[in-house]
Write a protein that binds this ligand. Structure first.
Ligand code: PRP
Length: 212
């Protein structure tokens, strides 16, 4: 579904969108700098023939899978957790962080440990592949609380600067994989709006190769 043929872009609110909109501007797209000054959820940018849907990051793949957004920007963490039927077009190299197994220092192995996380699918698969039996407990935020208050033995969570771990006396036990933001596309939109999507990919790709 599009407005006047504009490319509908699902943009995650929060830490990714500032870097993403900056990248779009650097790629020559006239994206405004004051996105976050408003509470509007649909922001038309006719100069770029685009409209931005300001979405909760975890919902971006859903909007794109259902085609209400033609393309979207989303962290690899969410993409892996949600397993939606979308095309992953580009690694945008922004919002770099990592998914890690975290615990209290001096943690000793226990049989069937409890692991708290916002990423139950990613965590379950990770431990299953290593033949480790764990009980995964899903939380929706402030995951670092779980080992501090005895809810879980370990957590699986994102680490960016490491500040949250430091301030809560936690340590990274294993790095699982590194995470950056990706450009994704709806499969039908990718065919029907191929010129516009390909043009965007080319611009972003050129910008990314210059930045390397
Ligand atoms: C994320 C993540 C960590 C923190 C890591 O939480 O879950 O808690 O950022 O960043 P740092 O290494 O730079 O400290 P977010 O701020 O998204 O909020 P949340 O607690 O709701 O998950």
């Amino acid at each position: 579904m599009t407005e006047n043929g504009a490319l509908m872009v699902a943009m995650p609110k929060g830490r990714i969108y500032k870097q993403a909109s900056k990248l779009f501007r650097e790629a020559g797209l006239p994206i405004p700098e004051d996105f976050d000054d408003s509470r509007k959820l649909i922001i038309p940018v006719p100069e770029a023939n685009m409209a931005f849907i300001m979405a909760k990051p975890v919902d971006v793949p859903t909007y794109v899978e259902y085609g209400v957004a033609d393309i979207g920007i989303v962290g690899k963490d969410v993409l892996m957790e949600e397993s939606k039927d979308v095309y992953e077009l580009l690694d945008l190299g922004i919002a770099k962080c990592r998914m890690s197994v975290i615990g209290l220092p001096g943690w000793k192995p226990v049989i069937h440990p409890r692991v708290a996380t916002k990423y139950p699918n990613v965590a379950s698969q990770y431990f299953r592949e290593r033949g480790q039996q764990v009980e995964v407990i899903q939380l929706n935020g402030s995951i670092e609380l779980a080992p501090l208050i005895g809810l879980a033995d370990r957590i699986v969570d994102m680490v960016e600067t490491g500040q949250t771990l430091k301030e809560n006396g936690l340590v990274e036990m294993e790095t699982m994989f590194s995470v950056t933001s990706r450009l994704i596309a709806n499969r039908v939109s990718y065919r029907l709006k191929n010129d516009a999507i390909q043009d965007l990919c080319d611009r972003l790709g050129q910008r990314l190769s210059v930045g390397r």
